[in-house]
Design a protein around this ligand. Structure first.
Ligand code: ZN
Length: 461
């Protein structure tokens, strides 16, 4: 019997929102939504049986797809001291020539890689809007539509976050030539959202808004764009880069007398719709107040390490019940397990302790982190992708119990620990399913080779 017809799976071990459960029977409907999650079930005849521990699919809460094409090109010393800001100049150069066809090819390959690496949904923080000369395309949504097509083709869920970008520094400083493809008025952003709303609805994508940062969005535009978004969809997600760099904190203090997170909390109704990307540099008051809003901290550990941003204090954030998720951001690394590993290692180096992000309820740190990152990522995505519960999407990652580093380990906790801390890249993933449809089988996506070829061709130009 074909499981795609019966829409049922029996998992001897599955990671439910409150921890590992045994003998779980999953059932889902034709839309790919879970209709049954029964613990202690019997493996009935004709029901497919999972061959390894079943994890909830991981949402990737922060992506700039085009940046995957220049990974590896910025890892050398330049003329001056290398920093985030010298990296950004190279990023602008890559963004300046990108065509819609190239963006679609790069994003398709990236989303295939994400699926193979355990991500089942992505929040695309999309800021290259216009043609290479800075003028809008005839269809202003051209590049956004390229991203939606790439997600559909790869089979990954998507939350599309068009980015409002207006100025080059705090207080509305004029934009640079290198930012010409990003700039749009608040009105044109709201028109773009109206244009994209029905397209996203048809595809099952979620639409939100990303004011780029307090550097790039003056206060009036922030207020007006958020009011406009509310009129379109009062539950739409809102993402913003904030306090990634100490240079940004100093510039914000010089402009307003306040630190970025403090300024944002004082001037916007930050709540559970918000995702604060990075939020690396907060003082104790900012961390306590921001965590209490219910907003998600969007952590991108490998990108933050690659760019030399600094270390997010996750213990302090979680002490305030702060929610968090992970993103691959610049895509220097595309691997859900590696982001979790990098986050935990940064905390070990910071605190000189081990298993920092474990909890009393989940003493295996990889299990605790997976559950929190799925919950936070689902909230930031504003999609029903919060794991194995009725009404959520049937998204999962099946580990390969026959992998040489997992086989024979005594528990699912131990296997997940080996996957996060010891397996090579995504080698211990056997299957990835999105909305009940298998996208990765035996560790490989059906489009793998052709999509990767498309990225190489797009980078050659
Ligand atoms: Zn970013």
């Amino acid at each position: 019997m074909n499981h795609s017809v019966t829409r049922r799976l029996f998992a001897p071990q599955a990671l439910l929102p409150d921890g590992w459960a045994r003998d779980v029977l999953l059932e889902w409907d034709e839309r790919g939504r879970l209709t049954g999650v029964d613990v202690g079930a019997q493996p009935g005849p004709g029901i497919r049986r999972a061959t390894g521990p079943l994890l909830p699919g991981m949402p990737n809460l922060h992506s700039h797809a085009f940046q995957r094409a220049f990974a590896g090109l910025t890892e050398y010393r330049g003329d001056t001291e290398d920093s985030f800001w010298s990296w950004r100049r190279l990023m602008y150069r890559a963004a300046s020539t990108l065509t819609p066809e190239q963006l679609e090819a790069i994003a398709t390959a990236l989303y295939v890689e994400m699926l193979e690496a355990g991500y089942t949904s992505v929040c695309e923080f999309h800021y290259v809007h216009h043609d290479t000369d800075g003028r809008p395309y005839t269809d202003d949504a051209t590049l956004a539509l390229a991203l939606l097509r790439a997600a559909e083709r790869a089979g990954i869920g998507i939350t599309l976050l068009p980015v409002l970008y207006q100025s080059s520094g705090f207080g509305g400083q004029p934009s640079h030539e290198g930012q010409r493809r990003f700039i749009r008025s608040t009105d044109s952003m709201l028109k773009l959202l109206e244009r994209l709303k029905p397209v996203c609805a048809t595809q099952g994508a979620r639409l939100g808004l990303a004011p780029h940062s307090l550097r790039a969005v003056p206060p009036d535009s922030l207020r007006e764009s958020l009011a406009g978004l509310d009129a379109i969809d009062a539950t739409a997600p809102i993402h913003i880069h904030v306090a990634e760099q100490t240079g940004e904190v100093e510039a914000c203090l010089a402009w307003s007398g306040k630190r970025p997170v403090q300024w944002l909390l004082d001037h916007a109704a930050v709540d559970a719709r918000w995702c604060l990307i990075h939020a690396t540099h907060m003082d104790d008051d900012e961390a306590r107040c921001a965590a209490a809003t219910g907003a998600v901290a969007g952590l991108c550990p490998t990108t933050e390490a690659n760019l030399g941003d600094g270390i997010f204090d996750a213990s302090r954030w979680r002490a305030g019940q702060g929610r968090w998720g992970i993103g691959s951001d610049s895509h220097i690394c595309v691997n859900a397990a590696e982001e979790l590993m990098a986050l935990e290692y940064s905390q070990r180096l910071l605190t000189r302790r081990r298993n920092v992000l474990a909890t009393a309820a989940q003493r295996f740190v990889a299990t605790a982190m997976t559950l929190e990152a799925v919950a936070g990522g689902a909230q930031a995505s504003a999609r029903p992708i919060a794991g194995f519960a009725v009404g959520q999407q049937a998204d999962w990652v099946m580990l390969d119990a026959s992998h040489h580093l997992l086989a024979g380990l005594p528990s699912a906790d131990a296997m997940l620990s080996a996957h996060v801390f010891a397996s090579h890249r995504h080698s211990a993933i056997s299957e990835v399913v999105v909305a009940g449809t298998t996208r990765v089988n035996d560790g490989a996506h059906a489009l793998g080779a052709s999509a990767r070829g498309g990225l190489v061709a797009a980078r050659r130009g």
